[in-house]
Write a protein that binds this ligand. Sequence first.
Ligand code: GUN
Ligand code: ZN
Length: 486
Amino acid sequence: MSELFEVEQYDAAGRLGRLEVPRAGTTIQTPALLPVVNPHVQTVPPAELESQFGAEILITNSYVLHGSDELREPALEGGLHDLLDFSGAIMTDSGSFQLSEYGEIDVTTEEILEFQREIGSDIGTPIDIPTPPDVPREQAAEEQRTTQERIELAETVDTGEMLVTAPIQGSTHLDIRQRAAREAYGTDLDLFPIGAMVPLMNEYRFDDLVHVVAAAKRGLGEDAPVHLFGAGHPMMFALAAAMGCDLFDSAAYALYARDGRYLTVRGTEHLDELEHFPCECSVCLSHTPEELRQAGETERHRLLAEHNLAVSFGEIRRVRQAIRGGNLLELVDARARGHPAMLDGYRTLLHYADQLRRTDPVAKDAFFYVSGESARRPEVRRHHERLGRLDAPDRLRLSVGSPGEDGWRLVAPFGPVPPALSDVYPLTAARPDSLERPAYAAAVRGVNRLAAANPDTAITVVHDGWPEDVLASLPGDVSIRLLGGE
Ligand code: GUN
Ligand code: ZN
């Protein structure tokens, strides 16, 4: 497994990677978006997904093909790539979704995996049980056990060169998710989808989504490629990528289009309510919302789906470039402003700053302080940790503005900055003059770390009007002065 996935660069826990798909004879770039293709209803033909949107991989449902009188034989005879007219990599799902919708399906994991291999799938999936959020622990645990049994069964099926996924379930019980991930990672399967996320996404429960992904990531090794099953809304790609998700699949582009829903990176709009298209894709440049409303149904669905795809692939490219540029968390911050639930998701992500810090590069281009949330980024935590190991002089004046005689300064949100680090990432951060309270609170935490490591140092803090109650959390022996009033 580890040889197939190579990480080139990290930002927070997000990564740029390359996933080799041996059976397809290709290597795909990650983060990647897999459009979901319904073999019966091709809202946008797969050949166009490839030529117009640059899709390197798509996902389709083998259970639908298996149960179809018209498509089963052609799929077996000519193979999936011919059937769909797509030359990139093809992943197949197993019917788990149908299982969760209708309560039963008429194939076994062995049968459906063999069928996936026979139709030429490049990445196959066993029949996991997508346990919904909030079920009792016993149910989540029991269904996770069944999923794990099927994963272990999948290891014994002759799947040839086809990669096989090991889905991670466990509902919203974080310890079960973590165990599921550890057990899945312990097999020799290749790719690790985190399942049953659609209800969380549909209900805008981005905080729970982050908790679940963080739990699964804790159970997996760093070399595990991670797929977020069913996560097709572009508003959440940056957030999910920052947690370390590498693959996304989108049925939303087509399903939403059939409902007149128009995707943006800030949320979902409805065609009926748009007077202008807030987008630069070719569909939006060459049509008005009114024209689309007047168009025939098939054309309207197709054009809306094309817009939805353009936005989704555009966001994937933006996420890749943000990782390359070391500013993924600034993109997440921007996306968090689109919807209060996304802001909750981002704040929850920052609860896991220590988990993100493990892979976050020590040096990047620039740290932009853009919100109170910036004060909780992993870079700030890393500086605080460093302060706990620094030797301070016997007397230390920590002042905002110009450095003291010893060259130390006080910089929110970081706290004390020694002269040796003052020109070093992230302490050269660009930030506005007016800061939110969390920035002062973070700086004070930094002073506390330094003070704890240097109990004999006499520290004076010189501030320019920081909140009194924030300053009150400094140790009693730290002197506090107002700049200019010293
Ligand atoms: N598609 C969306 N969610 C899931 C899931 O949990 N399991 C499978 N197999 N497919 C999915
Ligand atoms: Zn558009």
